[in-house]
Design a protein around this ligand. Structure first.
Ligand code: FES
Ligand code: FES
Length: 206
């Protein structure tokens, strides 16, 4: 303790914090030996390598320079500014990032952008045509099938993927097809009703 006449040994927290950030100064403080700053090793981090990735999204072709590790989700959101596709868990558990690849739903967070080359990608932004919402979008609005809306693009894309393959799904078919999508607000009954209604409209039974 300062002022009690005893000599302190070691390094105080205050002294350590004063020099923190310069490794030479920390080494000098802890060892008592002078370290020449020029002797510090400069670690150079190599620049990330990028590759050219060609993506076909919502009918348009884009050429992007991306690190090979970039997911399709990050390419869509961060490089194409298509932020309708949501990033929630980023590990294949919630379905918020669902897009269509060649008409089938995929988790875009679980796919590398380079692996999406040569495929047709459709995001929520690509569903409306000539200013008219897709029937699934219309049904979600009419059935009020959302609260916060964060899961909604993923549910809609998964539902469109289902209806691309099954024009007359049963309630069980819809539940099974949407089992990979999570809604924290819990509007599942309205989502189910909206998808069944959209299927009916698309068959011309509205
Ligand atoms: S963000 Fe892709 S599954 Fe959750
Ligand atoms: S509407 Fe909020 S998470 Fe589904």
């Amino acid at each position: 303790m300062a002022g009690n006449g005893k000599e302190r040994k070691g390094v105080s927290r205050r002294e350590f914090l004063k020099v923190a950030g310069t490794s030479a100064a920390i080494t000098e403080l802890l060892t008592g030996h002078k370290v020449e700053a020029s002797a510090e090793k400069v670690v150079r981090i190599p620049r990330a390598q990028t590759v050219t990735v060609t993506l076909r999204v919502n009918g348009k072709v884009y050429k992007l320079q991306l690190e090979p590790r970039v997911t399709l989700l990050d390419a869509l959101r961060n490089h194409l500014n298509l932020t309708g596709t949501k990033k929630v868990c980023d590990r294949g558990e919630c379905g918020a990032c669902t897009v269509l690849m060649d008409g089938k739903p995929v988790y875009s967070c679980m796919m590398l952008a380079v692996d999406a080359e040569g495929h047709d990608i459709v995001t929520i932004e690509g569903l409306a045509k000539d200013g008219k919402l897709h029937p699934v979008q219309e049904a979600f609005v009419e059935h009020d099938a959302l609260q916060c809306g964060f899961c909604t693009p993923g549910f809609i894309m998964a539902a469109v993927g289902l209806l691309n393959q099954n024009k007359a799904p049963s309630p069980e078919d819809v539940k099974k097809a949407l089992a990979g999508n999570i809604c924290r607000c819990g509007v599942y009954p309205r989502i189910l009703a909206a998808v069944l209604d959209a299927a009916k409209r698309m068959r011309g039974g509205a």
